[in-house]
Every structure is written in C-alpha cells, then in structure tokens.
Ligand binder design. Structure first.
Ligand code: ZN
Length: 341
C-alpha cells in the first residue's frame, strides 16, 4: 500500500513549509548533538551559551537568521558560536527537500525524513566524540521497522532482515578485527548504525552501503592523512591548543609518528605521493586500545576514521540517488548494490 497526496496549486507553499520545518528540526538536532553525548536532557533547560550561561530568547533561537544576525557570537559574552549550528540547520533543510524530490508527496517521504532526522546527529556526534549513542541508534532501528508497516508485509520483512543481517555482519567484522588484526577496526556503535540503515533501506541496500562507505571513507581518509597527518578528526579536548599549559607546545601530530610522509616541510604533493607506499610498507604507529584503562581512555590514532559518517553518507546516497545509480551503472551492478526500495 502506498498513498500519495497531490498538493496542487499550493505546492510551492508546501515545499517552503518542508524546508522551514527542516531548518527548525536542524535547530533541534543541534541540541541533540550538543547534549546527548554528555548524557544531558534534550528538553530542559532551554538553549543557553555554554560559556556564560546567557539564556537565548526566542529571537536568538531562529534557525540560520539568528546566527547571521548575531554574526556568530553570543550576545552575552561575545563567544564565537560554531558555524556548525548553521551548517546542521541548512543541511537538514536541504536533505528534507532532497527527500521530497526523490519520493514526492508519498508515504515513503515519512521514513526518509525520519532517517535524515537520525543520521544528521549521529554523523556530527561521531565526528566530534567518536561514538554513536545507543539512545539514538536503538530507537532508530525500531522506527525503521515500524515505519515499514504501511508499506506492506514484504517491506517489513526486508527491514527486519536488513537490520539483523547488517548487525551480524558488522559484529562478525568486529570479531575478526580483534582476533586477526589485534586492533579495533570498527567502533562498537557501527553495527547498530548498520542495523538502523538496514531497517530503513532494506537488506538489499547493505552491500551498497558497505561498498560506498568503505570506498569514500578510504579515499578521503588517505587524502586527509596525506594532507593533515590524520585520517579522521582529533579526539575531544586534545585539539584545542589554547587549553595547553603555557610554555608547553601542544603535541603536534607529526611528532608521534615516524612515517616518511609526515616529516615536516614536505610539499603536499610529496606527502600525497608517499602516503600509499607508507601505508603498505611501514608499520602503523601504535594506536591500539589501552588494555588496562579500557575504552574510555581510547584516543583516535592517526589512521583511524570515524566510520559512522561514511555509513550515513552511503545510506543517504543509496536512498536519494538510487534511481540515478540504476541508470548510470549496469542494471546488474545497480541491483547488486541495491538502491532504495
Ligand atoms: Zn555567552
């Protein structure tokens, strides 16, 4: 069963409404991104400046416009407000429009919007904290299966199988990573995100998600490693040089490594040329988990990338660009990689 609603003459208004809804939800997702990793309530208290506690009034809380009006600064203390807030709002609004373009005013638009609602905060939390909170992924898996119900029994089976196979595949890869390579290749939260994507997009999408996330993640990771000395973002707290005690040099990434391409003063093209041979021929600097202190003390090593954002990106690409892939690739390849249903 699918249902379609044709908005007719008022369509531009509906589109504008969906975009503004996306901006407002993006504004809420900023709260989720800031508070869920800290274990704080996302409902109370109202938004306030993390530095001076200045409580935001309604006109300081309008998506995008407030940030522009305040020129990215707190009205109370002048602290810079991260452009991430605007980025998340605009991204959510634009992804909502992309979902509309893909699914039109059909029921399929609903699970698509919910998936965006889940993937945006998971991506930004993983980029900053290197975690995918279970408080987002587990309800997300349930939501993916429940939202498949109006699409019929086959869709529900696809969702349940997708979540189960996705979870078990990554659980197995996790196990192999530990046993064979003696290092953590995947974050523990990744298997729940794959299960979530499998629930929303069906088991047919899993191979494509694995393929596109690994491909894009490794290309960008290697490029970042070459250009900046790190494949992924730094961990929390350590990246802020202003917090380092006076007189002490903040630890530069290059100083912890012995790789050729990280030597200071190399032109960027030499770094790029050296990074692949180094990765293949040299031992990776020790980045394994500290056995005594456990996971809390884990710091991202230079070659680690947070995989969540790449999984999320691959899932969105398959969902939004599925029909395009089917046209560009041969039908067999497209079917194997599985566009959205
Ligand atoms: Zn302030």
């Amino acid at each position: 069963m699918t249902f379609t609603y044709a908005p007719g003459w008022a369509e531009p208004l509906f589109i504008l409404f969906l975009f503004i809804l996306g901006l407002c939800i993006g504004s809420f997702l900023n709260v989720v991104i800031a508070r869920v990793p800290e274990g704080l309530s996302i409902v109370r208290p109202g938004s306030r400046c993390p530095r001076c506690g200045h409580v935001l009034s309604w006109y300081e809380n309008i998506p995008v416009l407030s940030w522009l009006g305040l020129r990215g600064k707190c009205r109370g203390c002048g602290t810079r407000i991260s452009p991430r807030y605007v980025l998340v709002e605009l991204l959510t609004g634009l992804l909502f429009l992309a979902c509309l373009k893909r699914f039109d005013w059909t029921y399929a638009l609903v699970p698509a919007l919910v998936l965006v609602f889940l993937l945006v905060p998971l991506t930004f939390i993983d980029l900053e904290h290197w975690i995918l909170p279970l408080s987002l992924t587990v309800p997300g898996i349930v939501a993916g299966i429940v939202l498949a119900i109006p699409l019929g029994q086959d869709a529900v089976v696809d969702a349940v199988v997708g979540a189960t196979v996705g979870f078990l595949t990554f659980r197995f890869m996790e196990y192999v990573g530990w046993k064979v390579f003696k290092r953590e290749a995947l974050g523990g939260g990744d298997k729940f995100l794959v299960a979530l994507l499998g629930a929303f997009l069906g088991w047919q999408s899993l191979l494509g998600i694995l393929f596109f996330s690994s491909l894009q993640g490794s290309i960008v990771g290697v490029a970042m490693l070459a250009l900046t000395g790190r494949a992924g973002p730094r961990g929390e707290e350590k990246e802020d040089p202003s917090k380092a005690p006076a007189g002490e040099e903040p630890e530069a990434p290059a100083s912890t490594m012995t790789w050729e391409f990280t030597k200071p003063g190399l032109p960027w093209w030499k770094r790029v040329a050296l990074v692949i041979p180094c990765l293949l021929l040299q031992d990776i600097p020790d980045v394994t988990l500290d056995e005594e202190t456990g996971e809390d003390q884990w710091e991202p090593g230079v070659t680690n990338i947070p995989f969540g954002p790449w999984l999320a990106l691959a899932g969105l690409e398959l969902m939004l660009l599925g029909p395009l892939l089917a046209r560009v690739l041969s039908p067999e390849v497209a079917m194997m990689l599985g566009g959205a249903r």
